[in-house]
Design a protein around this ligand. Structure first.
Ligand SMILES: [Fe+2]
Length: 243
């Protein structure tokens, strides 16, 4: 048989996700886990799925979760101590999920210490229905201050679901997209799932995150691992494992 007939495309091996960059695992700081024991259960489940590092991201939201950098880092220390006592081997770091409101805008404007991960990645979320009036201004401000804005779960915003041009415009402005793994399973809704598929098809996913608040969410990550679109997302040049 001729050589060229025998030659096959090399099988691409896809690296499993080892680093998660979006979760709510610091007890009682937000609507995530409410005790160290609950955090432990979730972390052990992540470990079972092959994760080596969890960058957890409590909500910072002026009218609901008044978490400061100091408060988050103090709770991180406590969780690390708890895990050490339990002899659980998992790297835990903390950043934050900043809700785009006047307060976060001012924090960036006034050079307050922000919690970031990787190369100054700043995770932020917005109102689910309408594009915030100051979104483009915020992206410009954050970028000029040296941050790389990362939009949490773009597939969940109504203002992006039916307007992928707007999504593309955000990417052109330097925004990275972090998709929630559970969106791929249809957990939130059909439209969120469809939008997630479209973003994966276009290659507009830079990071995957669990957005894990409790045990059910980490089980969804496990469920998603079996799905074609999750595997397709993994084949994109994701930044997760470089962090
Ligand atoms: Fe979140």
């Amino acid at each position: 048989m001729l050589d060229w007939v025998r030659k096959k495309e090399p099988i691409k091996t896809i690296d499993p996700l080892q680093i998660d960059i979006h979760s709510h695992l610091l007890p009682r700081l937000d609507d995530g886990v409410q005790s160290y024991e609950e955090s432990e259960d979730v972390i052990l489940h992540f470990k079972k799925l092959g994760y080596k590092k969890l960058i957890t991201t409590p909500h910072v939201m002026s009218d609901a979760y008044k978490n400061t950098t100091k408060k988050i880092l103090a709770r991180l220390d406590k969780l690390r101590m708890y895990l050490e006592n339990q002899e659980i081997d998992m790297q835990i770091e903390a950043a934050a999920e900043y809700y785009l409101d006047e307060q976060v805008y001012q924090m960036v404007e006034q050079n307050e210490e922000m919690l970031t991960f990787g190369k100054n990645f700043l995770l932020f979320e917005t109102n689910f229905l309408n594009e915030p009036f100051n979104m483009k201004e915020f992206i410009f401000l954050a970028t000029t201050k040296g941050y790389k804005p990362v939009l949490a779960h773009p597939e969940r915003y109504l203002y992006l679901q039916n307007n992928l041009e707007k999504a593309e415009d955000l990417i052109d402005r330097g925004v990275l997209f972090q998709m929630n793994i559970s969106s791929i399973t249809g957990f939130y809704s059909k439209i969120v799932q469809t939008t997630a598929h479209k973003l994966i098809d276009k290659g507009w996913v830079h990071l995957l995150g669990s957005d894990c608040h409790h045990l059910q969410h980490v089980r969804l990550v496990e469920e998603a691992q079996q799905l074609k679109y999750f595997q397709k997302a993994l084949s994109l040049p994701l930044l997760n494992n470089s962090l």
